[in-house]
Design a protein around this ligand. Structure first.
Ligand code: UDP
Length: 478
């Protein structure tokens, strides 16, 4: 009996968490699910944490073989750059154990749902005759750009980094400058970018695309995806916008101290600053943020991570940074002077819970898609400070299309730091000005209401899931 949907997430909490939420959604609709994972060597506990928090979901960890020709695990790491710098190559090594696993349970497998970084497992599914879908964990707008990227790259016939400030016009999204693209896309010969182009080119081979968004938020992008504008010359698979899928939060057990601190703050008064699972800043930037927050006079809750040794302001590479030494990193006396009105948390805060807390009034975010959805569903406006991956593109859509946030100016790649004055003035604008109040009030409340509506019976995301399940049934009967 083919009744289990097997989900295969990419590396990192930003890919694992939404896939687990999708698994929970399937479970609620009566589907059996198994999440088949590869443990990231730099953060193996992510999978264990997700499994412990979701006892009703079955997790299966794939043993990862060494790359061909490697004689030892150490040699393997030499040959294959550690993830997530080259997640495609790393995850492709999982195809053989994935095939073995699927073969061992084949009569029960109804479909395989893949993260974009696991796209080459389409070959595994095809070889076994299992229907394969993509689960796109970022915005529909980025999906529209991604699908069109191979065509745009061929049209431009140069590196995007070499065409100056010319506006790029992709179907379904506002025009944007090349500098908003992910760093690796600026050089057409960049090895990782070539891998992305390969992956984007394969998306149409999937039977359907699930997207963690809702139609109201990205109506224009969804329309472009559906009318085939993004992939000229071949059909786009059906697009199912089933979101927003956001983590549930931790409840009352082991409640983090920052939530108790928030309990003591007035409603909608606290600016929350958090930069995803990988974002970190050099000391100089941390100092500027601290000065800006102090000058703003506003309440704040700030998650500070240690700077990277190479000084990179963000970027993927390692999740495991040491605990920050706040006295060494922040301006002298800052913590004492802001005591009571500000709280600095080291390394990690329970973000979903913080955003949902009644005291949280604004969110300075790196525009990772999970963070974006968590902000929107908590009716908290976004102050956008993108750092890596597709976050600059998300910023364009958040500010110009969805209009649920504003931009923190000065994070451009060629600038050294975002100035303290910019942090101060944007925080003040959001918290004190009439326009800022309107964004925090009416617009944020409307976006949250639309998100809830989409998920309720009869809503667009609810119906998209029903459509998807109908397609699963059709696929199973082939
Ligand atoms: N997150 C968190 N606490 C932190 C930093 C991140 O709970 O201190 C969670 C956040 O709630 C979100 C995820 O980690 O669910 C980050 O995913 P996102 O897509 O926003 O960014 P990424 O880390 O993939 O860049």
């Amino acid at each position: 009996m083919r009744d289990t949907v097997v989900l295969h997430p990419g590396l990192g909490v930003g890919h694992l968490a939404p896939m687990v939420e999708l698994a929970r959604l399937f479970l609620r609709r009566g589907l059996a699910v198994t999440v088949v994972v590869v443990e990231p060597p730099d953060a193996p506990s992510e999978v264990a944490r997700a499994a412990a928090a979701n006892p009703s979901i079955s997790f299966h960890v794939l043993p990862l073989p060494a790359p061909p020709g490697a004689v030892s695990p150490a040699a393997a790491e030499q040959e294959d750059p550690p993830p997530p710098r080259n997640p495609f190559a790393f995850l492709r090594r999982a195809n053989a154990p994935l095939r073995d696993y699927l073969r061992s349970v084949l009569p029960t497998v109804r479909a395989l749902v893949l993260d974009i970084f696991c796209i080459d497992a389409l070959d595994v599914a095809a070889g076994l005759g299992v229907p394969a879908y993509l689960f796109y964990t970022s915005s529909a707008s980025t999906l529209a750009v991604s699908l069109h990227m191979p065509h745009m790259q061929a049209e431009v016939d140069a590196s995007f980094g070499d065409i100056g400030d010319a506006l790029l016009c992709f179907p379904g999204v506002p025009p944007f400058r090349p500098k908003e693209l992910p760093e690796n896309a600026l050089d057409r010969d960049n090895e990782v970018y070539r891998k992305f182009l390969h992956a984007f080119g394969r998306i149409p081979e999937s039977r359907g695309i699930l997207v963690n968004t809702f139609e109201w938020l990205e109506a224009r992008a969804v329309a472009a995806l559906r009318d085939g504008a993004c992939v000229p010359g071949r059909p786009t698979p059906p697009v199912y916008c089933v979101g927003p899928l956001v983590s549930g939060g931790g409840g009352e057990v082991n409640r983090h101290a920052c939530l108790q601190w928030l309990d003591e703050q007035p409603e909608n008064s606290v600016v929350f600053l958090c930069f995803g699972s990988m974002g970190s800043f050099p000391k100089k930037q941390l100092e500027a943020i601290a000065i800006g927050l102090e000058m703003s006079g506003q309440r704040f809750l700030w998650v500070v991570r240690s700077p990277r040794r190479d000084g990179a302001s963000s970027s993927a590479g390692d999740h495991q940074l040491p605990e920050p030494d706040l006295d060494e990193l922040l301006p002298v006396g800052f913590l004492a002077r802001t005591e009571g009105r500000g709280l600095v948390v080291k390394s990690w805060a329970p973000q979903a819970d913080v955003l949902r807390h009644r005291a949280t009034g604004a969110f300075v975010t790196h525009c990772g898609w999970n963070s974006t959805l968590e902000g929107i569903t908590a009716a908290v406006p976004l102050l956008c400070w993108p750092l890596y991956a597709e976050q600059r593109l998300n910023k364009v859509f958040i500010v110009e299309a969805a209009r649920v946030g504003v931009e923190m100016a000065g994070y451009d790649r060629d600038r050294e730091v975002v100035a303290a004055e910019e942090v101060e003035s944007k925080v003040r604008w959001l918290m004190e000005s009439e326009e800022g109040r309107a964004l925090r009030g009416r617009r944020a409340a409307l976006a949250k209401e639309k998100a809830l509506e989409a998920l309720q019976q009869g809503g667009t995301s609810y119906n998209a899931l029903l459509e998807f399940v109908r397609d699963l049934d059709r696929g199973a009967s082939l």
